[in-house]
Design a protein around this ligand. Structure first.
Ligand code: ADP
Ligand code: ADP
Length: 229
């Protein structure tokens, strides 16, 4: 069954080209998908619409079967908080907060009581047990992205949306992050939808979807870096 589904979604930015042109795509629960395509092809727009960060002009977005078009704030934010985690290219951590408080922040902002036992467990999973009191500024890029992944996992999301999660990392650090995303899928049953330019990153996914000019132009099951490149 699909956890995220776009049905005939179109989005046009004023003064720009059509960012998404009648896109229909479904992401199956517990799978890892890569969304690929050239710059400007609509990848970020697709991710933002799927994650309820932006609204399409037309079409439907279903998140865990719930039609987001029917939701207004604050219920839209609530749906996002309960179901979705985010990982961004530039980590988006708060430098004034420790690793520990970064990981708990989304739950705190949502007014939820953080599950601290689980937060400790996710920090252990990403290899950062013992680093809880450090500030992100003291960590390497790869470590920062692993904090961001721990933060995403701390809310027990059904789906993680990752936007170029390895885009700022060296090869080895990028691989660690991809292996951890893969583990989230395999061990925790999380669904991952990842936008990437990187054929090697797509090799970790179960499926690759290719966009061009706001349309899905190709799909590949079991992508490998060689096939994608
Ligand atoms: P990608 O992530 O594949 O680079 P985007 O989804 O960011 O593609 O962009 C798709 C198209 O929409 C591009 O032509 C881009 O210039 C345009 N676009 C994206 N965001 C905006 C915006 N906020 N305002 C105007 N045009 C935008
Ligand atoms: P508050 O939210 O009131 O500031 P904290 O989160 O600082 O509370 O601490 C409450 C509990 O959270 C602690 O008893 C401990 O179990 C856990 N905790 C706090 N800081 C850390 C940390 N750096 N590493 C692991 N667990 C921590």
């Amino acid at each position: 069954t699909s956890i995220v589904e776009l049905v005939a979604v179109s989005k046009h930015y004023p003064g720009g080209p059509t960012a998404l042109d009648n896109v229909s795509v479904a992401f199956a629960a517990g799978t890892f998908a890569a969304v690929m395509g050239p710059s400007g092809s609509g990848k970020s727009t697709l991710l933002h619409c799927a994650a309820a960060l932006d609204r399409p002009d037309s079409g439907q977005v279903l998140l865990a079967g719930q039609d987001l078009a029917g939701l207004r704030e604050p219920r839209l934010t609530e749906a996002r908080r309960r179901r979705v985690g985010f990982v961004f290219q530039q980590y988006n951590l708060m430098d004034s907060l420790s690793v520990w408080h970064n990981v708990l922040l989304p739950q705190r902002l949502a007014g939820a009581r953080p599950d601290k036992g689980w937060a400790r467990e996710v920090l252990r999973r990403v290899g950062l047990a013992g680093r809880e009191d450090e500030r992100p500024a003291r960590l390497s890029g790869g470590q920062r992205q692993r904090v961001a992944l721990a933060r995403a996992l701390a809310g027990r999301p059904e789906v993680i949306f990752a936007d170029e999660p390895t885009g700022a990392l060296d090869l080895a650090s990028g691989r660690e992050v991809l292996a951890l995303l893969r583990e989230a899928v395999d061990d925790l049953g999380t669904t991952v939808v990842m936008v990437t330019h990187d054929p090697a990153a797509a090799g970790w996914a179960d499926r690759a979807v290719f966009l061009a000019d706001g349309r899905i132009v190709a799909e590949l099951a079991a992508p490998t870096a060689e096939l994608v490149a």
